[in-house]
Unconditional design. Structure first.
Lengths: 382, 477
């Protein structure tokens, strides 16, 4: 395992094997071995975990620049000291590195209000197989100088280049955060409540939907809307009053609020640790389609109901793959997001890519003509 | 000059009324909102993506440069065919194809005017967030190409944060879709890569955008200062207090007087600067924030802090801001706007530097800009008939942008690089970065047909990064 300590070393450790057509596998701290396509058998293994410095942080500029191997929890802890945050809420947040979170475009509940990595990354340095350090963007929140190449790295699963440095814009943490768990006896009722929130003036940061199987662990076998709200006390009180009109809910503050969102954020890691053969599918859908997707998911299921992303949990990977192909026949756009490593070669992970897959292959070829880097990591299509 | 026979082939392809080839007509397409000029050889008006596809195929046969054009409000020469050839004007692809409020999406053709999207949905309580000051004229296609911002970018993000899908025509005529109505589609974010590519990689023929729900309460305040630097310091103070306005715009004294004379927006004529600050959200939140902002402004030396009491008062304040360039036009025959960005804590020293540049050049430079995110717009007034003035103005612009780079910022926050700042790219980025951009551009446009001579240094400047075209006839993509 190669562990560069500087960006220059990283460049060298990629360029040298690449020159001899040796395959390379990249990782941060390997928290996402179950995520995406297979972690390749490679000639060289490179970890970014030695690149773990904070390079620049001026709280009043609301920006921060860090190396890719910095643990996500250290980044969030540092920001929290200044009452700031990057609210991506990724799963595996306690172990993941910054580079891994960005390369997998991990996101979580509060994406409804704050977006995903593509909305909060303002600059990046990545290293190509030629050993070149490429800089995209910068340290200012608005910047259209040249192509936004960082966008290509977000969600690329390290198949194009190695992310070395990431610059983020940060936001002030809300004065108060409170959450609400609203139970409904039917999916239709939960969706109707969601719609009335979306149509109103309240702006919750998260609107997650848990099916009864997902809610069971919270002691509530109903369809649950988990809503997170931030603001000053008066605003949060108002959320409480108005959300109460939608259902007979419970409000969560302080530690109970934290543990609710910890449960939701970490549902995937928890499920996979309990089900060795388990798998998780992810479907991107419109807000309208979300009801049918959730209805169609047989087991534990969770949705970012204000954004249109559904996660379905399966105890057996074969069932997940079967479900995914039938979802694709309905025109839904899904992937096998998490699965055991021994299954990854045998199942279809990304059944229905769009018409732009051809362009994606060309982009891959530009960066990595010999297909050396993280081969197959992008749901085995790339 | 069009190659022999080309005009007739285009005429046959498009039919009468769908192209312009007379010198007088072509002259209208030789400029945009910036200071550069070059006339096209032909202007075409497609109505569908298929038209666009046929057009680029034919252009490719004759090896003609192809330059997209929206409303021509761009400020960096993006829509200027600097090497002649074809201008593809999207004025007739101006339909809103779908409004889908339940999914918070609209699907539009590229020629749709920015403000028309909001106009179409505001009755239902929605809006399209990116709001360039030119939003009454500029098009979504132009916005996507430049990754346009606006005053409310501070809270809502720029165009790229609101575009989910594109339909594109590649230089070989292929029609491709990226992204869609859904978010987080797996694979490379080609939509994100193409947004802001300034028409150098593909022509945009359809755009899927996010619609947002209008907020409950909007408060607009005007803070008035005796010193521009105090206004600059206020921006840092607002951030330090973790207040999150949706817009913080600054106008300096010179600008105030020009704007007030033209618009009668109620700006003070004698002040050195004002901040126009907007807060939005839930009533409880906004009311508290107005007081916090008042405190921050007064602490930093504002002599007065007013809050617009009615929607009419608020609109008037914004009218002053959004019509500012028009107001400048009344005073100076020509002006040159820059678009550098600095970290927000460096606004005050940057203003000082700009004042110094103005003093030593003898030109008037006025500032009106998106202060909340550090996006400066120094407006350099000059008289083109005065020998050497344009060159002097360009010199001032370059000096200011050099300063922005040194301060850790960027040469452009929203207007794009175009043909105006492409040589400066080599000062902001190392050669490896420029080379990667160039390879990505050539991946999409190997023959270099699309908007040639833009964004990347041409090699005529300080650095040899060539946008080297392949020879015609090699297979594209
Ligand atoms: C008074 C004034 C105020 C302004 N304020 C702002 C502001 O606040 N924020 C901001 O960001 N900008 C601002 N601008 C700049 C300008 O309005 C924006 O850059 C806008 O996005 C340009 O849109 P347009 O339709 O006029 O595009 P054009 O100027 O016609 O073209 C701009 C670029 O887009 C390309 N292009 C256009 N359509 C297509 C297409 N369909 N496919 C591919 N490429 C295409 C062109 O080739 C060119 O490179 C302002 C300009 C003026 C004059």
């Amino acid at each position: 395992m190669l562990k560069p300590r500087t960006v220059e070393e990283l460049a060298e450790m990629l360029a040298r094997p690449a020159k001899h057509a040796r395959t390379i596998a990249l990782e941060g701290c390997a928290s996402k071995r179950l995520m995406g396509g297979p972690t390749p058998q490679a000639d060289e293994y490179v970890t970014t975990s030695g690149l773990n410095r904070v390079l620049q942080y001026e709280p009043h500029d609301l920006t921060i620049s860090v190396e890719a191997g910095l643990p996500w929890r250290e980044l969030t802890a540092l920001l929290a000291k200044h009452r700031q945050m990057i609210p991506l809420d990724p799963p595996y947040g306690a172990v993941a590195t910054v580079g891994g979170v960005v390369a997998a475009s991990s996101s979580g509940p509060r994406r409804r209000l704050y977006g995903t990595a593509r909305d909060v990354v303002i600059g990046m340095t990545f290293v190509t197989l030629e050993g070149k350090q490429v800089r995209s963007g910068g340290m200012v929140v608005k910047n259209v100088a040249g192509l936004d190449m960082g966008k290509l790295m977000i969600g690329s699963f390290g198949t194009l280049a190695a992310i070395a440095v990431v610059n983020f814009k940060v936001v002030p943490a809300p004065e108060v955060e409170r959450s609400f768990l609203l139970p409904f006896d039917s999916l239709a009722a939960a969706i109707a409540a969601r719609d009335s929130i979306l149509r109103g003036v309240l702006q919750p940061s998260a609107i997650d939907l848990l099916n009864p199987a997902a809610g069971a662990a919270l002691g509530n076998r109903a369809w649950l809307l988990a809503v997170c709200c931030g603001g000053n006390t008066a605003a949060v009180d108002r959320y409480e009053r108005e959300l109460a009109l939608l259902g007979n809910g419970v409000a969560f503050d302080g530690e109970r609020h934290d543990s609710l969102w910890h449960y939701v954020r970490e549902l995937t890691p928890t499920f996979l640790s309990q089900h060795q053969h388990g798998a998780v599918v992810r479907v991107s859908c419109t807000l309208k389609e979300l009801q049918s997707v959730m209805e169609f998911l047989p087991g534990v299921a969770l949705a970012r109901a204000g954004s249109g992303v559904c996660y379905g949990y399966f105890e057996r990977t074969q069932d997940a793959a079967l479900w995914l192909s039938s979802a694709a026949r309905r025109g839904w756009k899904g992937v096998l997001e998490f699965s055991p490593e021994e299954w990854k070669q045998d199942v279809e992970m990304w059944p229905a890519p769009g018409g732009d897959i051809e362009l994606m292959h060309r982009v891959k070829k530009l960066f990595d003509p010999e297909n050396l880097l993280n081969r197959g990591r992008l749901y085995r299509r790339i | 000059m069009l190659p022999k026979g080309a005009r007739d082939r285009f005429a046959a392809l498009l039919g009468p009324g769908n192209y312009l080839d007379q010198p007088d007509d072509l002259k209208l397409y030789e400029y945009d909102g910036g200071v550069d000029k070059h006339a096209p050889d032909l202007v075409v008006f497609p109505r569908t993506a298929l038209d666009v596809s046929h057009i680029v195929k034919l252009a490719r046969e004759y090896r003609l440069p192809v330059v997209g054009r929206g409303a021509g409000t761009g400020l960096s020469g993006g829509a200027i065919p600097r090497e002649g050839g074809l201008v593809v004007a999207f004025a007739r692809m101006n339909r809103i194809l779908e409004i889908d409020l339940e999914d918070e999406r609209a699907v539009v053709q590229p020629g749709v005017v920015n403000l028309d999207i909001t106009a179409a949905v505001e009755g239902n309580g929605y809006f399209y967030a990116p709001d360039p000051s030119s939003q009454r004229a500029c098009t979504i296609g132009g916005n996507v190409s430049e990754n346009a911002g606006g005053p409310h970018t501070l809270a809502y993000g720029v165009t790229t944060n609101h575009v989910l899908g594109l339909e594109l025509v590649l230089p070989d005529g292929a029609i491709v879709e990226t992204g869609g109505k859904e978010c987080d589609l797996p694979g490379y974010d080609l939509t994100g890569l193409l947004t802001g590519s300034e028409g150098t990689m593909a022509l945009v023929t359809r755009v899927t955008v996010r619609l947002m729900r209008k907020v409950e309460l909007v408060k607009t305040a005007l803070a008035i200062y005796e010193s521009g630097e105090d206004a600059g310091r206020t921006v840092a103070e607002i951030t330090a207090r973790a207040i999150t306005p949706v817009a913080v715009e600054m106008l300096d004294g010179v600008m105030l007087r020009m704007v007030e004379e033209a618009t009668h927006a109620g700006y003070p004529m004698d002040a050195s600067a004002v901040l126009l600050i907007e807060l939005e959200g839930l009533r409880e939140q906004v009311e508290e924030q107005v007081e916090q902002i008042r405190e921050a402004c007064l602490l930093c030396g504002a002599r007065e802090f007013r809050v617009a009491r009615t929607a009419a008062e608020r609109d008037l304040l914004w009218k002053g801001r959004k019509n500012a360039f028009g107001a400048v036009g009344r005073v100076s025959p020509t002006y040159y706007v820059q678009d550098g960005v600095v970290p927000r804590t460096k606004i005050a020293p940057t203003l000082r530097f700009i004042a110094e540049v103005a003093r030593s050049s003898g030109l008037t430079i006025s500032n009106i800009f998106h202060a909340g995110d550090g996006n400066m717009h120094p407006i350099i007034l000059f008289n083109p008939r005065q020998a050497g003035d344009l060159e002097k103005a360009r010199g001032c612009g370059e000096a200011i942008l050099g300063y922005c780079i040194e301060a850790g910022g960027s040469i452009t926050g929203e207007h794009g690089v175009g043909m105006e700042k492409n040589e400066l790219m080599a000062r902001q980025f190392p050669p490896e970065t420029l080379e990667m951009m160039s390879r990505l551009k050539l991946l999409f446009d190997p023959e270099g047909h699309l908007n040639p001579g833009k964004v990347l240094p041409t090699g005529r400047g300080c650095l040899e990064i060539r946008q080297q075209p392949l020879t015609a006839g090699t297979p594209l993509l």
